[in-house]
Design a protein around this ligand. Structure first.
Ligand code: GH3
Ligand code: MG
Ligand code: MG
Ligand code: MG
Length: 323
């Protein structure tokens, strides 16, 4: 039921609190070279958070490469620098695109304010500013930002859960099945070269049987992680089955695929796996079967050839790469 007329101030306040009323984790940046103004604004905003940073010009942001504020207040009087240009630059950068932008204007700055609002700035205020008005505006924006951040995080988490394997963090079988279809279609359309690596941990059962299933999990995780570091970000690494990991390499010659598979094999061989209950670390190896996609070939047959190559690697002694 929507009660518009009878809502008391107390009720309004309560619903605001439900949204977010603690802003101590919010980071606010002032881009302003006027010491009196920044002191005054910081003073007002210190009611909300202690995390207030002041810089005199936008370039100073480069001095803090890991700093990402939630909200930026950009002064209209920055001398050389154009506040609108700063706003657009921040918005269009991957790092700062989600931050809230507030313009601090003068009474006579109306044309800039209009332009800024058109360019996607979130809000503005005119200086000198009423303390309560400024607090109300900033709180509203920080609440909105908080809400959007949560929404985005939930969405990312959901997407992540549906395409990634929970134990290893690499892509899951479902994602692999979907992705290989696209890559093979591309290979057929553009005649680009695609290779598939089918990797399997050698004598993995022995780890489980000797040190327990949890130790096995750690070995599997470590190997998946090592593989992630070896291949390019564009290569698709997926958990195909229990301890089988596939790597789909797009736009690569078979020679390069063999080279990188060999590097992966050596890298795994060099790892000292730490097992909780054991004093000494243990060694593990992987075997890799490779297949190069043949134009027109069904996906099943492509995977099957990589599988057969893996089987041959196992049959002929393990810890090797076989084409
Ligand atoms: P091979 O060299 O022939 O591959 O020997 P292997 O022991 O690795 O082969 P096999 O396929 O017989 O055993 C694979 C084992 O991997 C069996 C299964 O219990 C174990 N396994 C599969 N998934 C997981 C997992 O998520 N965690 C752990 N700890 N073990 C797993
Ligand atoms: Mg002025
Ligand atoms: Mg195995
Ligand atoms: Mg296996």
């Amino acid at each position: 039921e929507l009660k518009l007329r009878n809502t008391t101030n107390a009720e309004l306040g309560a619903s605001a609190i439900e949204m977010k009323d603690n802003f101590s984790d919010s980071k606010i940046l002032l881009i302003n070279n006027d010491v009196v103004q920044t002191k005054n604004i910081s003073n007002i905003l210190s009611k909300l958070t202690t995390q207030i940073k002041v810089i005199a010009n936008a370039n100073e942001l480069n001095d803090y490469p890991h700093y990402i504020p939630d909200l930026v207040i950009i002064s209209c009087e920055l001398g050389e620098e154009d506040p609108l240009r700063i706003s657009v630059t921040l918005r269009s950068s991957a790092k700062f695109r989600d931050i809230t932008l507030i313009l601090q204007a003068d009474e006579e700055d109306t044309p800039i304010v209009l332009k800024a609002l058109e360019l996607g700035i979130n809000d503005y205020f005119t200086y000198p500013v009423d303390k309560n008005e400024l607090l109300a505006r900033i709180k509203t924006q920080l609440r909105k930002k908080h809400y959007q951040d949560n929404l985005r995080n939930d969405l990312e988490l959901t997407i992540n859960l549906s395409i990634k394997d929970g134990l290893t963090g690499i892509f899951n079988r479902h994602y692999f099945d979907t992705h290989i279809k696209q890559i093979v279609k591309k290979a057929n359309d553009k005649k680009s070269s695609v290779c598939l690596l089918m990797c399997d941990i050698d004598n993995f059962k022995h780890v489980n049987d000797t040190y327990g299933h949890q130790a096995g999990d750690i070995v599997l995780k470590t190997i998946a992680n090592a593989l992630k570091n070896i291949f390019r970000v564009t290569d698709l690494i997926a958990r195909y089955g229990g301890e089988e990991i596939t790597v789909l390499l797009d736009d690569i010659t078979i020679k390069d695929a063999i080279d990188i598979a060999e590097r992966a094999r050596k890298e795994i061989e060099s790892i000292d796996f730490k097992i909780k209950s054991q004093q000494n670390s243990i060694k593990k190896t992987i075997s890799i079967g490779i297949a190069e996609y043949r134009v027109g070939e069904p996906i099943n047959s492509f995977i099957d050839r990589a599988d057969k190559a893996l089987y041959k690697a196992k049959e002929t002694g393990r810890n090797k790469v076989v084409l």
